[in-house]
Design a protein around this ligand. Structure first.
Ligand code: ARG
Length: 368
């Protein structure tokens, strides 16, 4: 479709979809100021939101420089999504020092607030600076990126603190696993699902060339995982069943420092916006810290409606057990995580999760 027709289509969709942030922030006058390459690139970012008008965010960056290069568009979209001023700047900081209202010694221990061991998970997204983002990668790019990761994964495998193996979905890869082994990893919540079923990711080009360049590194204890080729080049994940939240946070940071210290692995960063991710909802920290918690009283109607009502003002998102847009567990188990990713530090996110869980636990007890 020629761009002038696309602009008309956006105008029509804009009036019909007030919740689609990208459509609302698209300004044809700004678009006209771009050269033809800029127009093509910005339009590529919006494609998912045009093809899926029900989108909430409605766009994905396709090149590491998109947020900076198309600032007049993205600054507006980020402000709308993250409720920050248009000139907001993001600072990354993993240090808990100076973060308000921490328990004594900074130990975030769920047993101190009367909770049993919980499934705790922290993930960050990262993209390599010298590749297109997943929405604009060719099949060769996807395979080369996976190959680039073999050296860092080799270092992790050789490290007694990690060990483990890399599993690839790329046809013909020396690490290739078969369909049954892949399905087992999905069932074990280790590997990501087939992305070609996600209409947002498909329209964005992020799911293209499935399953080339897709795979995951899994540590010997299965508590440290790196996804390759999902929504971001890398999703680096640390999980543990326990009570001390700092453990997953600290392990993730240590592994991240080790991987990012390897020559030839430079992560895409924006001067003003922090860690660059495909989806603007993840920009800044690219971090999601979550715990699975049973809230039988707050979910006694079989839905997460009441839990959501209480969680939202606390800045917490409630998800089902299978991730985004999935139902809650039959025993009332839900996935709780702070919603904020941008203009908040990594340390503040982890502290917010602990504090939020403490408050939610009080409400659960009160509802008994
Ligand atoms: N693109 C979808 C939307 O705009 C999903 C955005 C958030 N989810 C994600 N996995 N990035 O509604």
């Amino acid at each position: 479709m020629p761009f002038d027709e696309k602009i008309d289509l956006i105008a029509k969709l804009k009036s019909e979809n007030p919740a689609n942030i990208a459509l609302q922030c698209f300004d044809p006058a700004y678009f006209q100021t771009l050269d033809s390459d800029g127009q093509r690139r910005l339009m590529a970012c919006l494609n998912s939101g045009i093809e899926n008008p029900d989108s909430e965010m409605g766009c994905y960056a396709c090149q590491p420089g998109d947020y900076d290069d198309f600032r007049p568009f993205f600054a507006k979209a980020l402000a709308a999504r993250h409720k920050v001023p248009k000139d907001a700047r993001h600072e990354n900081n993993w240090s808990l020092e100076g973060v308000g209202e921490l328990p004594d010694g900074g130990v975030l221990d769920f047993s101190a607030i009367g909770l049993p061991a919980l499934s705790m998970r922290v993930r960050v997204g990262r993209n390599l600076a010298d590749f297109s983002l997943p929405g604009s990668m060719t099949r060769d790019d996807r395979v080369s990126l996976e190959a680039r990761m073999m050296d860092p994964f080799g270092k992790l495998i050789a490290d007694p603190g990690f060990g483990g193996a890399y599993h690839s979905l790329t046809p013909g890869s020396p690490n290739e696993i078969d369909a049954a082994a892949y399905q087992k990893l999905v069932d074990d919540h280790i590997m990501f699902k087939d992305m070609s079923n996600d209409t947002y990711l498909t329209a964005a080009g992020i799911a293209s060339d499935w399953p080339y360049g897709r795979g995951c590194y899994v540590s010997a204890d299965r508590g440290f995982i790196v996804w390759v080729g999902e929504e971001d080049h890398l999703r680096i994940i640390c999980m543990e069943h326990g009570t001390i939240l700092n453990r997953v946070f600290d392990r993730l940071k240590a592994a991240l420092d080790m991987v990012s210290g390897i020559e030839g692995l430079e992560f895409a960063m924006s001067g003003d916006y922090g860690v660059v991710t495909s989806c603007p909802t993840n920009l800044g920290t690219a971090m999601r810290a979550s715990v699975l918690i049973q809230l039988p009283n707050l979910t006694s109607d079989g839905t997460d409606k009441r839990a959501k009502q209480i969680a939202k003002p606390l800045g917490l998102a409630v998800r089902g057990l299978g991730g985004e847009h999935t139902p809650i567990g039959a025993d009332g188990t839900v996935d709780i995580s702070p919603s904020a990713r941008f203009c908040i530090t990594e340390a503040e996110i982890i502290a917010a999760l602990y504090k939020g869980i403490s408050l939610l636990k009080k409400e659960e007890d009160r509802a008994s």
